[in-house]
Design a protein around this ligand. Structure first.
Ligand code: FES
Length: 170
């Protein structure tokens, strides 16, 4: 099903709209020239996810070093603060998790007597995005496109991938 969200010229960057699709509530976000649509129902405890604050990705190469992406790409649920990637619906961070990344550090003696250096920092875990560990929740996202100057969300499930008929068993 296609849901017309807004006229394109009435939906500036940085804004969001919340639309109803049957019993579903969907948040549509414009980030620069890209649109994202995500379920307005937090998988943690059902909070109104799309009413939360948006945030940019923060990446880090080591303790005390971080860089913020230019665009907002996460939305934080207003109930308990779980953050969701607008593109994939993947959750990050949550209650009880430390707000900063942890690093493995080893301490080794230097040549100079009486001094030590903590100089080995581990690489981010495989599968982590922006250096962050994925959480247990993934919420639904939907394709959004611009059609005849209108922003449209597609809520139909994507067609199942059919097996390739070529090269079957011989
Ligand atoms: S309901 Fe969204 S973080 Fe708990």
């Amino acid at each position: 099903m296609k849901i017309v969200v807004s006229r394109l010229d009435e939906f500036p960057p940085g804004e969001r709209r919340i639309v109803q699709a049957g019993r579903r509530s969907i948040g549509v976000f414009r980030v620069g020239d890209r649109f994202y649509a995500i379920n307005n129902h937090c998988p943690h405890m059902g909070g109104p996810l799309c009413l939360g604050r948006t945030k940019p990705w923060v990446s880090s190469t080591g303790p005390g070093e971080y860089a913020m992406a230019e665009e907002e790409a996460l939305v934080a649920c207003p109930w308990h603060g779980w953050e969701y990637d607008l593109e994939t619906g993947q959750s990050f961070l949550g209650p009880g998790e430390p707000p900063a990344r942890a690093y493995t550090v080893s301490v080794e003696p230097r040549v100079e007597e009486g001094t030590v250096a903590a100089d080995q920092v581990s690489a981010p875990e495989p599968g982590a995005k922006g250096g962050r560990r994925p959480g247990p929740y993934v919420t639904e996202t939907y394709p959004v496109h611009v059609e005849d100057a209108y922003v449209v969300v597609e809520t139909s499930p994507s067609p199942a991938v059919k097996p390739d008929p070529v090269g079957g068993a011989s």
